[in-house]
Each structure stands twice: as structure tokens, then as C-alpha cells.
Design a protein around this ligand. Structure first.
Ligand code: C2E
Ligand code: MG
Ligand code: MG
Length: 694
């Protein structure tokens, strides 16, 4: 099939004009022969003007010279060129940039006849490219030089890119950090939180949080991180800004110190005190221990300030602060309340109010003694004293403000009572404390003044012979014959004696006196087989030389050890079991008997009963009392007796007051009794008279 020829000049002309790229044809002298519309637009001139010229008279010399040189190169080299070059647009009066293609057109002999050129104006594209490049460079510089750490993290937690600042913060180079796992930078505490944070950020949240990061050298520092998701090439990434906030934290600590501590004494201020007191109340509520608040006001502080100046006053306050701190335990709070007022919070005192009060009193007196010691104020010695108000607290029974008010009132009471003294807010508490203090004072003298007596309470066998019970022995019970108070019961002074340590000499006196009595009994047929029970308190038993003390007493009075029975209570057995077993065994080897007093009231456990060489269990009187009415007491008594029989222990019931009780106990298999039914604790003369009548 033949095609119609397409060689009609007009049609070719139209084709050329239709081409969007500027296109022209030149002869061997670089003269324009043909040019399309796009080319006219590109040069900003009409073909009519340019025809037959090489353009040099129209275009600025610099680009045209290069332009023409390229034409020659094409002709001479018979080559096709493709390059970027500027050209002049006469109507815009500006140089433009073109991507230019030039090639020769040859005749039949292969000689170049014409030059054909087509140009794409790339001025705008080039500008855009340059701009992009410049922008990228600017961003890179910004990234590199930013003082804030910048990092990009993959959704799996790998570092995709970090800037210098971030790397430097951690002691690495950015290259070293690439592909590192961010978890490896976090301290374990911070690491735990990563998965949840990543999840939230990828869900679209922007988070700002604090973390602690490790440096390359293993040290760590606090960092504030603001983090959000970005999408790059359709993939989610996490970008973050990180700031080392060590300084800020330091400043925050500093602010905290300023806000919560007194700048002169460095003690907690009123605000922190309230905080601590609140915590102390909560802790008391949790553990049941009582606490105390002491309000301390220095006596005559104003006159020191007035006569010797504020510097002296400041020095005194600083020294007072130090002394106060030395008087309390670690968990306690000493605060400066303002001026010359200090407040102490004592925690973890006894669960018993009176005992807690005694502890508070003791610390209060220690403080008073300390603050009464002379102060060295630059050139002078100075004397000062405090007035102290105290109040006790238990859980949240009273609000904080109320407690402070109470301690304050008590402090004023102390001032009114002549200063340099301590007063409790609760007048009843004050009375009790006063009684206790007086008692303690007297107790110190009681031994010396021979105010102690032993009373004897008979212990009998269950089986009746001729209507009476055979006496087995007695329990020695201590009495204090006080010149004013009369007979003081041991319940009132034994705990005090234990606290003050006076129980040691007192206990020794009891032991000596009991052995002396045993010796006397040995001389008489009627009494020679009687066993004497002596109560031994925990503190006494735990003394390292307890065994020696007992042996000495036995030898001095030349008595049969089998007639001495030591009564221990369960509380004694609670700690250092090995030592107790050891002590008991040594004493037991000499023949001494052991009875477990008040059995059932403590932590009765089969475990220690099996381990410890007791001879006897003493059923506590509370169970005996409940025998008639309380069925659980009945069950307990039955269990104790059964258990004792299994362990081959003798059982004695104490506090037997009625015939019914005795009958019930007998039915349950209890062999021995002690109680008012058989005899009250009495002085030795009465006891011996009782024996004779028996
Ligand atoms: P305890 O060893 O359990 O002594 C028994 C207590 O019960 C005695 O009280 C005694 O008088 C009392 N009692 C005896 N039978 C009856 C009764 O039928 N009815 C009633 N209601 N009470 C009865 P006391 O003498 O007041 O002694 C109290 C506690 O003081 C003793 O309890 C003992 O733990 C301690 N104690 C007494 N003397 C000494 C001692 O020399 N050294 C030590 N460390 N503690 C002693
Ligand atoms: Mg006893
Ligand atoms: Mg008892």
C-alpha cells in the first residue's frame, strides 16, 4: 500500500510550529534559516528579525559567544551535542536556561549543511531543584546544629537518624547510634514504659514525658522528650525532640529546697512539716503505733536578739536545730515552725498510750537537757532553755491543725509553769506521766530502802485427802510496800522496772529471797518438800550471766535445785529461741524445774513446746474464769490439758476461785491448782500458818 507523500512545505512548516519545544535550523555560518513559533517565544523575537543573522547583534555578547562556539563544535566535530546553556530572551530581557540539543544535517556526501537545534526551557525546573537542594541543606544544617536532640525512630524502636546534639548528650557519634535500639539507652525504669508510649504515639497522640537515659560511659541523666508520629513515604515513623534536663532538675531541686526548707537552719519548714505530719498520721493508722508532736519554744530568745543582735540569734537557732536533730531517730521530723519555734514529729512510739507518753516524755527531757547546755556564740557562751508542749496522736483521730494547736497550748502551759519544762496537752496524760515519773523515782530507791516483800500463794494437788488438798508448794509474788501508797501490785511496777532495766537487780533480789526461803523450809519436816515458783521476766532471763546468778543463789543457800521452779511467759520465747533452749537446758541439768506461765494468752505453739524442756503448763486464769460461762474457754482448757498430757507435762490451773471451777478442772484431768479458793498470796508468816492449819 502506498502512502501519500508528506513533503508539502506548508504542512511541514505547520508541523514545526506545532512542536512545543523551541526549534530552529541554521546554515553552516550559524545564520537562522528556519524557526518555529516556540522558538520565537523563547528568544522573545520574531523570525523575521532574526532570519539570516547569527543573532549576535541582538543578544548580549557573553551567552551568544558560547552559543555560537557550540554551533561550530557541532559542525566541525560532526557530532550531536546535548548541554545546558543560558540564552537571552529579548522581550523578557533576561537570561534563561535551556537544555539544548544540537545536531548537524548532512548532504548526500556526508558534509554538514545545516544545524538543527531544539531547546527545552528548564529555567523554572532548575530553580525549583536548586531551591529544594538549598532547603534540604538548610534542614540538614538545622538538624546537625540544633541544640536540642532530634531523633527519628522506627515503629520497632530502632534509631533511624539522630542529630549531633542527641548523640553528644549520650556520648556517641550519630553514626554509632544509627540502628541502635532505643530501649538500650533507657534505664530499666524508663524502658518498661516504651511499648505503651510507642503504641500511643503510633495511634496519633503527641506525648511529652521525662525519661532517664544512659550515656555511653554508663552514667545516666534525665531527659524531657516530646514525641509524635510522622509519615515518610507512606510509612509511619516516630520523631522526637529530646532535652537534657539535668540542669532543670537541679533547679527544681533547688526550688524545692527553697520552698520546703528553712534557709537558716536547713530544717523542714512549716509546709513540709504539715506534709510529714500527714504522712505520720497515715502511717500510725496503718501500723497502730502512736506518735507525738512536740512544740518547742526557746525561753527568752527575744532578749538575746535585742541585746546581742540578730546574728547571735541566728547562731543560737542553728545550734538548737543541730541539737534537736541529734535527739531524735532517723524517721522523726524536726521542723522550724518560725522564729524561735520548732516542732518535732515523733513516730513509731508504743501502741500503748501511756507507754508512748513515757517515751515522749523521755525524748522531751533529753531535748530539755541538750538545749540547756551552754551555746558558743562567736565570742560568748550563752545559756538558753526551752518550753516544750507535747501531744500524742493516734491515726487520724484528730486533724493535723488540731494537733498543732494542742501542742501549742501545751507549750504555753509549760511557759506558765515556769518555763524550761515539758507539759502534755492532755491534763490526764500529764497526771499519769507525773505519777509514773514519781513511781520511777521511788522504784530506784525501793531496793535500797528494802521496800520489797515476797508474798506466797499456795499451790495444791487435786486429790483430796481427808477433805483437804495436799500442798505442793507456792508461787512467790513480789510486793512493793511503798511508804505512802501502801502495797503496790506488781502489775503497776513490773513493766516500769522492765523498761528502766531495774528488773535486773529486783529479779536478783527475788531469786535470792526465794532461795533463802527454800533453805528455811528445808529445815522443817512440814515444809522440806515444798516447791517454790519464782517469776522470771524476759529481760532477766536473757542476761548473759543469768545461769551464773541462779547457780550462785543455789549454792549460797545450799538448796536442792529440784525445789526451785522458774516461771517463764510465752512472750519470752519469741525471739532468739536457740539461746533460750540453751539456757533452759543448762539450768535443767542442775535439776531446776520450769513452768510456762499464763499459758494460752500468748503465741502458744506446739513447736516451741516440743523444743523447750518445760515441766509444767500453767493455764492462765482468764480461761479458768471463763470456764463456767464461755464454751470456747472450756474447749481451750480441755485442749491444753490433752496437749500437756501428750507432751508429758504437768498442768496447773491458776486463779481458781470457786469450788465449781475446781470440779470442772478436775473432771477435765487437771492435777494441780492455785487460786484464792486455796489461799491468797500472803506474807510468809501467814503462809506458814495456813500450812499448819491444812
Ligand atoms: P502471774 O505470775 O500470772 O501471777 C498470778 C497472779 O494472779 C498474781 O497476781 C496473783 O495474785 C493472782 N492470782 C492468784 N490467784 C488468783 C485468783 O484466784 N483470783 C485472782 N483474781 N487473781 C489470782 P500478782 O501478784 O498481782 O502478780 C501479777 C503478775 O506480776 C504476775 O502474774 C507476774 O507476771 C508478775 N510478778 C509477780 N511477782 C513477780 C516477780 O517476782 N518477778 C517478775 N518478773 N514478775 C512478777
Ligand atoms: Mg507466775
Ligand atoms: Mg500467771
Amino acid at each position: 500500500m502506498r502512502y501519500k507523500k508528506f513533503d508539502n512545505l506548508k504542512s511541514i512548516r505547520e508541523l514545526v510550529d506545532f512542536l512545543p519545544n523551541a526549534t530552529f535550523v541554521k546554515d553552516a555560518e550559524s545564520k537562522f534559516l528556519l524557526m518555529n513559533r516556540a522558538c520565537e517565544a523563547q528568544f522573545g523575537m520574531s523570525f523575521t528579525e532574526l532570519r539570516g543573522t547569527d543573532g549576535s547583534q541582538f543578544f548580549p555578547s557573553e551567552p551568544i559567544a558560547r552559543y555560537l562556539a557550540k554551533d561550530r563544535e557541532v559542525f566541525r566535530g560532526r557530532c550531536q551535542l546535548d548541554f545546558e546553556e543560558t540564552f537571552w530572551n529579548a522581550s523578557l530581557k533576561q537570561n534563561r536556561l535551556g537544555h539544548i540539543f544540537k545536531k548537524p544535517i548532512y548532504d548526500d556526501t556526508g558534509k554538514p549543511l545545516y544545524l538543527i537545534c531544539t531547546t527545552i526551557d528548564i529555567t523554572e525546573r532548575k530553580q525549583a531543584e536548586d531551591e529544594l537542594l538549598a532547603r534540604e541543606e538548610r534542614f540538614q544544617t538545622l538538624f546537625d546544629r540544633a541544640s536540642e536532640g532530634i531523633l527519628i525512630i522506627s515503629p520497632t524502636g530502632k534509631l533511624v537518624a539522630v542529630n549531633n546534639a542527641f548523640a553528644q548528650m549520650h556520648g556517641y557519634t550519630p553514626e554509632e547510634m544509627k540502628d541502635m535500639d532505643i530501649g538500650a539507652l533507657d534505664t530499666p525504669e524508663s524502658r518498661r514504659l516504651i511499648p505503651e508510649r510507642v503504641r500511643r504515639i503510633l495511634a496519633g497522640e503527641s506525648l511529652t514525658f521525662n525519661v532517664e537515659n544512659y550515656r555511653k560511659d554508663g552514667s545516666f541523666f534525665p531527659m524531657e522528650v516530646s514525641s509524635s508520629m510522622i509519615i515518610v513515604n507512606g510509612e509511619p515513623l516516630i520523631q522526637a525532640f529530646a532535652r537534657d534536663i539535668s540542669d532543670r532538675k537541679f533547679a527544681a531541686d533547688e526550688i524545692h529546697t527553697l520552698a520546703f526548707y528553712d534557709s537558716l537552719t536547713h530544717l523542714p519548714n512549716r509546709r513540709l512539716l504539715q506534709d510529714r505530719l500527714q504522712q505520720a498520721l497515715a502511717s500510725s493508722a496503718r501500723n497502730g503505733h502512736k506518735g507525738a508532736l512536740l512544740f518547742i519554744d526557746l525561753d527568752n530568745f527575744k532578749s538575746l536578739n535585742d541585746t546581742h543582735g540578730h546574728d547571735s540569734g541566728d547562731l543560737l537557732l542553728q545550734q538548737v536545730a543541730q541539737r534537736l536533730e541529734s535527739c531524735v531517730r532517723e524517721g522523726d521530723t524536726v521542723a522550724r515552725f518560725g522564729g524561735d519555734e520548732f516542732v518535732l514529729v515523733l513516730e513509731d512510739l508504743s501502741k500503748d498510750f501511756l507507754e508512748a507518753a513515757a517515751q515522749t516524755e523521755a525524748i522531751g527531757q533529753k531535748i530539755r537537757t541538750e538545749l540547756n547546755k551552754p551555746y558558743q556564740l562567736t565570742e560568748r557562751k550563752h545559756h538558753n532553755s526551752p518550753s516544750i508542749g507535747a501531744t500524742l496522736f493516734n491515726a487520724h483521730e484528730q486533724p493535723l491543725e488540731e494537733l498543732l494547736k494542742q501542742a501549742d497550748i501545751a507549750m504555753y502551759q509549760a511557759k506558765q509553769d515556769g518555763r524550761n519544762t515539758l507539759r502534755f496537752f492532755d491534763p490526764l496524760m500529764q497526771d499519769k506521766i507525773d505519777v509514773r515519773a514519781a513511781l520511777e523515782g521511788d522504784l530506784h530507791l525501793a531496793l535500797e530502802k528494802q521496800q520489797f516483800r515476797l508474798f506466797y500463794q499456795i499451790q495444791v494437788e487435786g486429790i483430796e485427802v481427808d477433805g483437804s488438798h495436799r500442798p505442793l508448794g507456792a508461787e512467790a509474788l513480789l510486793r512493793w510496800v511503798h511508804p505512802e501508797r501502801g502495797l503496790v501490785s506488781p502489775d503497776q511496777f513490773i513493766p516500769l522496772a522492765e523498761e528502766t532495766g531495774l528488773i535486773l537487780p529486783i529479779g536478783q533480789w527475788v531469786l535470792e529471797t526465794a532461795c533463802d526461803q527454800l533453805y528455811a523450809w528445808q529445815q522443817d519436816e512440814l515444809t522440806r518438800d515444798l516447791v517454790l515458783a519464782v517469776n522470771v521476766s524476759a529481760k532477766q532471763f536473757r542476761q548473759v550471766d543469768f545461769v551464773a546468778q541462779v547457780n550462785k543463789a543455789l549454792h549460797r543457800h545450799i538448796i536442792n535445785p529440784r525445789l526451785l521452779k522458774l516461771e517463764l511467759t510465752e512472750s519470752l520465747l519469741l525471739d532468739n529461741m536457740e539461746h533460750i533452749v540453751e539456757t533452759m537446758r543448762i539450768l535443767k541439768d542442775t535439776g531446776i524445774l520450769f513452768s510456762l506461765d499464763d499459758f494460752g494468752t500468748g503465741y502458744s505453739s506446739l513447736q516451741y513446746l516440743k523444743k523447750l524442756p518445760f515441766d509444767q503448763l500453767k493455764i492462765d486464769q482468764s480461761f479458768v474464769r471463763g470456764l463456767m460461762s464461755d464454751s470456747s474457754d472450756k474447749a481451750i482448757v480441755r485442749t491444753i490439758i490433752a496437749m500437756a498430757q501428750n507432751l508429758n507435762l504437768n498442768v496447773i490451773a491458776e486463779g481458781v476461785e470457786t469450788e465449781e471451777q475446781r470440779q470442772l478442772l478436775k473432771n477435765k484431768g487437771c492435777a494441780h491448782y492455785q487460786g484464792y479458793l486455796f489461799g491468797k498470796p500472803v506474807p510468809i508468816e501467814q503462809f506458814e500458818a495456813l500450812l499448819k492449819n491444812n
